[in-house]
Design a binder for this molecule. Structure first.
Ligand SMILES: [Zn+2]
Length: 204
């Protein structure tokens, strides 16, 4: 029987690095596919450490059951799917992953961010928490500027934290400079930047 596994964390929790490592290890003896969506490198999974591997680009209309069946028909087997950036997958796509596990006996390793900059669960992550066989919080913990474990992703416009806006931001070049920062809950709520960021602001 396959399993649907969901590993989640903040930015910089090593999600993509772990996704690449699992794909690398399994692909030595098994047939599998690496999938991603909105990755910084396009149809690749790339880790912050600089490793990058080609991946199936997941569009909102991609059907994972069809993808898996087509792969089995063309190559005779499909043992696993490694799915990065799964927080962006639609509800039907997450349900298709469960179907791939149950009907086609494929192992699925999904990775994603838990909450967005507003502090709300991403839709794909919410559905995965609801229906995955296993849920694992990644243990590589990033730190807030104060030294506490970072549990929240903050979005900043020109250095000021914002709590409203589109979840997926298309950079059209005209908007304020958008950056992300990891914060503990307390500093995510207060919106306070650390002393280093304040120094930059003073200098800029
Ligand atoms: Zn803090």
């Amino acid at each position: 029987m396959g399993r649907l596994r969901f590993s989640f964390g903040t930015m910089s929790s090593g999600k993509s690095t772990l996704a690449l490592q699992i794909h690398h290890n399994l692909s030595a003896t098994n047939m599998g596919l690496l999938c991603s969506m909105h990755d910084r490198a396009g149809a690749h999974v790339s880790s912050a450490l600089g490793v990058s591997t080609p991946a199936v680009e997941v569009h909102p209309d991609l059907n994972f059951v069809s993808l898996a069946r087509n792969h089995q028909a063309a190559h005779g087997a499909l043992d696993y799917l490694v799915c990065d950036e799964a927080q962006f997958y639609t509800d039907p796509q997450v349900e298709q992953l469960a179907e791939v596990v149950d009907e086609l006996d494929v192992d699925v390793y999904a990775f994603g961010l838990l909450t967005d900059f507003r502090g709300k669960l991403f839709p794909g992550s919410a559905r995965l928490l609801e229906i995955a066989d296993e849920r694992m919080e990644l243990q590589v913990q990033a730190r807030c500027w104060c030294g506490e474990a970072a549990t929240h992703n903050a979005r900043l416009h020109d250095g000021i934290q914002v709590y409203d806006g589109d979840v997926v931001l298309i950079d059209d070049g005209s908007a304020a400079q958008v950056t992300y920062e990891l914060r503990c809950r307390s500093h995510w709520i207060s919106g306070e930047s650390g002393p280093v960021a304040d120094r930059f602001k003073a200098a800029g």
